[in-house]
Write a protein of this length. Sequence first.
Length: 154
Amino acid sequence: MLHSCKVQFSLNGATIPEFAKTVQIDFFENKTTLGPPTMAPLFSETLRDVVSRQTPLKLFKSNGDLVFEGTISDFQITPVAIQGNDKAAQSRLSITVFVKYSCLKKAQLNFEDRFTRFTDFPATDNFQNRQDELMREVFRQITEDIFNRAFNNW
């Protein structure tokens, strides 16, 4: 008698365990010293949106078959392209998110990892005016990485 693990696939190629019907995505707390207060809800909603759009999983507030939890652990703005007069031509926004992913019925799929991404912008830009746009871009990249790690084994 052969035993096998059935896997469910979604239209985007994501591999979802057959038993998983629900996902719980907890609020990712902002543990940075410099990050704006809007960062935590923006990231949490971005991850929820990505998972709900790209999988058939139903979002639950608790007791999900799959669970994402973590914190935003680093937020930095640094100069990256210095001009001849020691002024930065470009600045870089870097954000790091710590993620713990739990698959309650299949522990070998669990992981804990840090995901860091960045986006560059002209140093002459007023960061305050562009902060939401720039954070959305970095969060888009990070949530892609998290999604691929959880559902595509990357």
